[in-house]
Design a protein. Structure first.
Length: 319
């Protein structure tokens, strides 16, 4: 059986404003339980227990089957780790089109979101919270609410707690995201060149070639600041994305149609003997950057291609 390809889900972030102390306490308690449920699911997965048994235990712990399924899905992201200990509370709910987009975390309008608080007696309750998205996202959010209410769209939803603030992350289909957030630069109809990208911790290299392999242009964006001490993860991600977007726009303006990236996997830091190298690689989100690259290319009507990085350096020597 062919392996199912992982679907890219762009994320839209909104700020949550909890006006009621009671609602805030209920939500934070649920988020802490959900964090513990992820760790529990990860432990039982590492023990080799059956998926049905894991779901049964999680459902008993969270008092909700859909939250239990969502916790299991989140735990699968850490399946290769021997041990899991999460610091911050979180809440996640897998999307479901047949239940107005999401069963447990549901948008009721562009400014309100409803969150289900489960109880052991089965008498679950909903709390409604104010959410504020960026102005440019409002038409997109309005479309999401409309499609979800008609049971035509599903979206995943995550609630995170960071620096005493709550944020809602919506994970929506790539096609809908690209439809509303159009870039200024797009691939032209006559474009035919190929751009290959090399993602590194402190720079991104790009080379543009034609169909015969002749080099047409070379460009590099450096961002050494991201590996400096004191730079936050969020700021480093913003700097990298800006550099990537700048290179992709440059390629679009120079008749590039095909955008080629290495299909990078997370590097095993234990194989790196240099402490500084381990620190740099540990802060470099290979997979996230590749997902953003795919979204950027698709929004510009380009062709996104990933290739196996094995032996690429040796194959490139003749060039």
């Amino acid at each position: 059986m062919a392996r199912k390809r992982e679907e890219i889900k762009p994320t839209i972030v909104g700020r949550l404003y909890l006006e009621s102390p009671v609602d805030k306490a209920k939500l934070l308690h649920l988020m802490r339980k959900f964090r513990d449920a992820i760790e529990m699911a990860h432990y039982h997965m590492r023990q080799g227990r059956d998926i049905n048994e894991i779901h049964r235990r999680l459902t008993r712990f969270l008092d909700n089957g859909h939250y239990a399924h969502s916790a299991y899905q989140r735990a699968k992201l850490y399946k290769n780790q021997p041990y899991l200990k999460l610091r911050k509370p979180q809440l996640f709910s897998v999307g479901r089109a047949c239940e107005k987009g999401n069963r447990n975390i549901r948008l009721s309008s562009t400014e309100r979101v409803k969150i289900k608080i489960p109880h052991a007696d089965g008498k679950h309750e909903w709390i409604e919270i104010k959410v504020k998205f960026g102005q440019k996202y409002l038409p997109l959010i309005e479309e999401i609410v409309k499609l979800a209410n008609d049971n035509k769209l599903s979206y995943g939803a995550t609630i995170v707690y960071n620096k005493k603030k709550y944020h809602l992350h919506l994970h929506i289909p790539l096609e809908l995201y690209a439809k509303y957030l159009e870039p200024k630069v797009k691939v032209k109809a006559r474009s035919h060149l190929i751009a290959s990208f090399d993602l590194n911790v402190d720079r991104i290299n790009m080379v543009i070639v034609d169909s015969e392999g002749k080099i047409r242009d070379i460009k590099t964006e450096f961002f050494p600041k991201v590996i400096s001490h004191g730079v936050s993860k969020e700021k480093a991600e913003t700097i990298r994305l800006q550099a990537l977007s700048k290179l992709i726009d440059y390629a679009c303006c120079h008749n590039v149609k095909y955008f080629v990236f290495e299909k990078l996997q997370n590097i095993d830091e234990s194989k790196l003997h240099n402490r500084v190298a381990r620190s740099k690689v540990g802060r470099f989100p290979f997979k996230d950057l590749l997902q953003h690259a795919k979204i950027m290319v698709k929004k510009r009507n380009g062709k996104f291609i990933t290739i196996n990085p094995a032996w690429l350096s040796i194959d490139a020597i003749p060039l």
